[in-house]
Design a protein around this ligand. Structure first.
Ligand code: SF4
Length: 336
């Protein structure tokens, strides 16, 4: 048999109306994920161009406003008090300090300032300070994002009133695999917080982590869950696990870079109009891997040499990479 006739011509694969799908099934998403690599990248990049300037990347800066000592047991995290990761816990940072750091980030070109606290959920006494942080950072002309753990609808409303633009709460993985990684709160708890945030009128930032021992099916289903939310997240961070010594996932095997690019491409196709952020793990990625992720549809990164508690590429390496790739930071007016 002539093997060539067994192949679907690339033009047909690339022309199928996948972007018109509004509710994804696992099977349909898997069929896209398993396309020949070149077809998948061509399709993802085409979707990317339809929705964004492909040569612009949104820059966010992340600050840990309260580090370590978290009661949750997320198996990947350096900040869980349940693992001996060697991290020193700190108290909630002073509001003035946070605003001074945000000012520096703005001077460095960041358009969004993300503030993260290692909490199960904020206590009522913390809310006054985080509200003041949102107001102060917002007054600098930056977009604001927070990640504080689970939020009640009242807490989400307080943050919305303060002017919070985004709330980050990752679903991490598929519903099926979730219990292998976290036992102190459920997948349903995560979705409830996302709903509270959405109802309060705050934009949603939600993604997950690749490399925790999950299968390709888990990765695909994580994206299907996000794509099928009542409104998909405006921002989708895709993290590559950084194995933390002492954590449950300290010995997790490395992720195949080709599979990682496939997930970025699938995120772009399933959630076409949202920013897909190449998030944790970038320091360990080659320039070529990052370049292919940008081609596949990633269009947001964290800048600065620290990401909460993990290392991130320094600004010199990022600006050199941007220069070599002809990429430029996205202006705030086009940021979602
Ligand atoms: S809730 Fe956040 S800070 Fe706490 S262990 Fe989980 S990922 Fe880490």
């Amino acid at each position: 048999m002539n093997e060539e006739i067994a192949f679907v011509p690339s033009e047909q694969v690339a022309a199928a109306p996948l972007t018109s799908v509004t509710r994804w099934t696992s099977a349909a998403a898997r069929a896209v994920y398993e396309l020949p690599f070149n077809d998948l990248l061509f399709r993802a990049h085409s979707v990317h161009r339809e929705n964004f300037d492909p040569n612009r990347v949104q820059l966010s800066k992340l600050l840990s406003i309260k580090t370590g000592g978290c009661p949750e047991d997320c198996g990947y995290c350096s900040q869980s008090a349940r693992y001996a990761t060697g991290l020193n816990a700190s108290k909630l940072m002073e509001v003035e300090h946070v605003i001074a750091e945000a000012r520096k980030a703005k001077e460095g070109g960041a358009t969004r300032y993300c503030m993260g606290a290692a909490w199960r959920s904020p206590k009522q006494r913390d809310m006054e300070m985080v509200v003041a942080m949102v107001e102060g950072v917002k007054a600098l002309g930056l977009e604001t994002c927070m990640t504080l753990g689970m939020l009640s609808s009242e807490q989400a409303e307080s943050l919305a009133e303060a002017g919070l633009d985004y709330y980050n709460h990752n679903i991490d993985t598929s519903k099926r695999f979730y219990g292998e990684i976290i036992t102190t709160r459920s997948f349903g708890d995560r979705l409830e917080t996302l709903e509270n945030v959405r109802q309060a009128g705050i934009k949603v930032c939600a993604g997950g982590i690749i490399g925790m021992g999950e299968t390709a099916e888990d990765r695909i289903d994580m994206l299907v869950t996000l794509a099928n939310l009542p409104a998909p997240p405006e921002s989708v961070p895709i993290n590559m696990l950084i194995p933390i010594p002492g954590s449950k996932l300290a010995d997790a095997p490395p992720v195949d870079p080709i599979e990682f690019i496939r997930i970025i491409a699938l995120a772009r196709i399933l959630i076409p109009a949202s920013h897909v952020r190449l998030s944790a793990g970038r320091k360990g990625m080659s320039d070529e891997l990052q370049a292919l992720c940008f081609f596949a549809g990633a269009n947001s990164i964290f800048v600065g040499d620290t990401l909460l508690t993990a290392a991130n590429p320094g600004e010199d390496r990022d600006s050199s990479l941007f220069h070599r790739l002809g990429l430029a930071p996205e202006a705030m007016s086009t940021v979602e």
